[in-house]
Design a protein around this ligand. Structure first.
Ligand code: SF4
Length: 443
């Protein structure tokens, strides 16, 4: 059958999509890019915050319309939203032919066949999916790049977050299983590996190993670039920073979702730290890894956030000048601890704080990008630009896929997966423009 898949949400969810695609292709189904050509459409949903839930519902309805005016014979919905709102989705959207949660990745291909023969299937298993098995996986990110999911679930209890309720407590994969998958990806030609989990720095605590051991073993496999995403502030040890600094193929990039810097808000968020400890942490990272790129994300409008708390965040952004920052408006989620907190912030204030923080950071990101003009950077080529075949799109080490900007480079003979030296000639708030330099010119 021809199967179309829409994957929403984060990189961890995308790995699940790729596993489902692997099982489907093992059963000889054909994966099509254009949903209008698909006989069965699968939507892997996200259910983290309000905007993500809305996007998931809209996508489900959009795909359901293809049952009326397209070739689609069946709609399968999976992922975080269906794990969280199973009964509601099943009852309220009759166009859904099969609904599974987050743990049925190995069952989706059979369910697709049941749907094709006219059944309506609701399947949620009690056991977690076993990521330690050597499951099939089909890349959706090109052959040069892959995410490596090293654990699932989370043991923290951040007040705004429903992930532990959806995905359960942390379950690290064994070191052997992660390394075996990494080795397979290396043999398939992957040049950049991005290590992901809800909190990557907690990897291994439940299976007798650690993120430091894992990263050092991954670095030995010889990938040109390995990137660590989703770290947790109090787990950034000196040992980890020293490893990131010493090993040349661990990219000098720290992804550190801080959520806030005011001690008052962090306490209410049930997260560690305050303004001073956060500044100390940034200083320690920069001292241990000279030239490091730091990305963070912050929530504005969390219950009880005063003007003073918000101003502290703005001062932090202005003084610390982080390279990349994501700002999110607090989303009041049912069954999260913060749902019942007093002093919820009204929408207008949230919006105003969001806009202000975005404006402040945009100027900083642009200034920092301007400082790169005239510098020579290693750039990993990803794909030709959709606007012009003569232009290739790539990323330097300080740009993570999807969330940061890109570098535009004249195509010449460049192919996806090439890592070349690029002279940066132009900078914008997010993206850069540059030209390839012959290795010979570098001397
Ligand atoms: S660290 Fe906090 S925000 Fe991140 S997944 Fe765990 S509970 Fe949620």
């Amino acid at each position: 059958m021809k199967i179309g898949v829409v994957s929403l949400g984060c990189a961890k969810n995308l790995v699940d999509t790729e596993i489902v695609l692997g099982f489907l292709s093992d059963r000889q189904h054909e994966i099509v890019n254009d949903a209008r050509q698909a006989e069965i459409i699968i939507v892997n949903t996200c259910g983290f915050i309000e905007d993500a839930k809305e996007e998931s519902i809209n996508t489900i309805l959009e795909m359901a319309a293809l049952k009326e005016n397209g070739r689609c014979k069946g709609l399968v919905v999976m992922g975080c939203l269906s794990q969280r709102y199973t009964e509601e989705l099943w009852a309220e959207i009759p166009e859904i032919d099969a609904l599974v949660g987050t743990n049925e990745l190995d069952l989706v291909s059979e369910i697709v066949e049941q749907v094709a023969s006219g059944e309506r299937v609701l399947k949620k298993t009690d056991a977690f999916f076993d990521y330690n098995q050597a499951y099939p996986r089909m890349s959706t990110t090109g052959s040069h790049f892959a995410y490596l999911k090293v654990a699932e679930g989370c043991n923290h209890s951040c007040a705004f977050c429903v992930i532990p309720a959806i995905r359960g407590k942390r379950r690290s994969r064994t070191l052997e299983s992660v390394l075996a998958e990494a080795q397979r990806l290396k043999e398939q030609g992957v040049r950049e590996l991005a290590v992901v989990a809800q909190d990557t720095t907690a990897y291994g605590r439940d299976v007798g190993t650690s993120i430091v051991e894992l990263l050092s073993r991954l670095a030995d496999l010889g990938f040109p670039w390995i990137r660590l995403l989703y770290t947790y502030p109090t787990s950034i040890t000196d040992e980890l920073l020293e490893l990131l600094s010493e090993r040349t193929n661990l990219v000098k990039y720290v992804d550190l979702p801080l959520q806030h810097v005011s001690g008052n808000v962090l306490r209410n968020m049930r997260r560690p730290g305050d303004y001073e400890s956060t500044r100390e942490l940034i200083k320690r990272i920069r001292t241990k890894i000279p030239g490091v790129t730091i990305r963070s994300s912050f929530i504005v409008g969390f219950p009880g956030e005063t003007e003073e708390d918000f101003q502290q965040l703005i001062t932090f952004l202005e003084t610390e000048r982080l390279n990349h920052v994501g700002i999110f408006k607090y989303s009041r989620e049912e069954n999260s601890t913060a749902y019942d907190l007093p002093n919820q912030i009204d929408d207008d204030t949230k919006e105003a704080r969001y806009r202000k923080a975005m404006r402040v950071q945009q100027r900083i990101s642009e200034d920092l990008n301007q400082e790169l003009v005239g510098k020579r950077l290693q750039v990993l080529m990803e794909y030709p630009s959709e606007e012009s075949e003569l232009v290739m799109i790539g990323r330097h080490q300080g740009q993570a896929p999807d969330v940061d900007g890109v570098v535009y480079v004249g195509r010449g003979t460049l192919e996806p997966g090439d890592i070349v030296t690029v002279n940066i000639t132009e900078a914008h708030a997010y993206d850069l423009v540059g030209e390839e330099i012959d290795e010979g010119e570098l001397a």
